[in-house]
Design a protein around this ligand. Structure first.
Ligand code: NDP
Length: 296
């Protein structure tokens, strides 16, 4: 059976369209323009690319984009002062501090200094707790994107067996919480999991968030399962640089019912969900109805 390809690029375009429509209505009916502030410390090349892309897509959706670029040797005090200023700025509805931060800065301290209502990355401890207890929260963008694609493909996820490979705070754990929230039976696998192939073979839904190129082979996949590949790994093959996921796409696509490609799967959904979270935060801040279909 050839798997259906879940086209994250096309799906992300529909999410961005919905966001832009909602932004236009907020401007017209309420005189409000949502604003997203991104703080970049240092000159990590990959972070610079992400931040540029976020800024461009924010403006394309009709929102205000504020960029704060700070030197790599910025002190914790100076960074906290910028976050505090953004927390108090009524034109800023979403704040994102680009990770990773330089080693001398305490990431947890910085993230937890963001106003939870403006924490569009969903990493603040309050949002983690709210998500874990099934309450309204800001949801981390990558798992939110995965959930949207799964809901779009399956309708209801209720009762499905889901295996999330990876237990990071930014992908694995929130993904598992979201799947649990949609009434899946969830297993979280990690580097100490025994018999990983057998665990994965039970799954109707496999979310791979490991960071190991093509680690999951097709014979771990149950016939007809849905495979969501979060991995972004740069490898060299046949003398060329290539992006691959955490699953071996060719062999997994032979057994899966549906699969996300890399690139063009989960990746584009992450920034689309960041824009969605910014609109959601803006609506909540102003006591307005939240856009439908853009939150968990
Ligand atoms: P982390 O490195 O933080 O976590 C990786 C997880 O994989 C850990 O829980 C680790 O287990 C587990 N793991 C490592 N090796 C194995 C193994 N052999 N078997 C089973 N589990 C294993 O990564 P992230 O969650 O941050 O990212 C995962 C991937 O997703 C990366 O490729 C990253 O680039 C990508 N990513 C993509 C995004 C997107 O927008 N598409 C956004 C964020 C990440 P343990 O805890 O035991 O060490």
């Amino acid at each position: 059976m050839a798997a259906q390809i879940i086209d994250g690029k096309a799906f992300a375009a529909t999410v961005r369209e919905k966001v832009a429509g909602h932004v236009a209505r907020l401007k017209e009916e309420n005189g409000i323009t949502p604003g997203l502030a991104v703080v970049l410390v240092g000159e990590d090349p990959a972070s610079q690319v992400y931040v540029r892309s976020k800024g461009k897509q924010t403006v394309e959706a009709g929102m205000n984009s504020y960029e704060h670029k700070m030197d790599a040797d910025t002190s914790e005090e100076d960074l906290l002062a910028v976050v505090n200023q953004l927390n108090n700025d009524p034109n800023v509805h979403g704040i994102l501090v680009q990770l990773p931060l330089p080693a001398h800065l305490n990431e947890d301290l910085i993230i937890n200094s963001i106003d939870p209502a403006k924490d569009v990355d969903g990493f603040h401890i309050s949002n983690v707790g709210l998500l874990g207890t099934g309450q309204k929260s800001m949801v981390p963008c990558t798992p939110l994107g995965c959930l949207m694609m799964l809901r779009d493909h399956h309708g209801s996820l209720s009762g499905m067996d889901a295996v999330v490979i990876g237990r990071s705070n930014i992908v694995g754990k929130p993904m598992a919480q979201l799947l649990l929230g949609d009434s899946c039976t969830v297993t979280i696998a990690h580097s100490r999991t025994k018999d990983l192939p057998d665990v994965v073979r039970r799954a109707d839904i496999v979310v791979a968030a490991v960071g190991r190129p093509e680690m999951v082979p097709g014979d771990w996949i149950k016939e007809g399962a849905t495979v969501i590949d979060v991995g972004i790994n740069r490898i060299e093959r046949d003398g060329k640089n290539k992006l691959v996921g955490d699953v071996d796409y060719a062999s997994c696509a032979e057994r899966a019912g549906a699969i996300t490609p890399v690139p063009g799967g989960v990746g584009p959904m992450t920034i689309a969900c960041l824009l969605a979270n910014t609109v959601t935060a803006c609506c909540r801040a102003n006591g307005l109805a939240e856009p439908e279909g853009l939150t968990a």
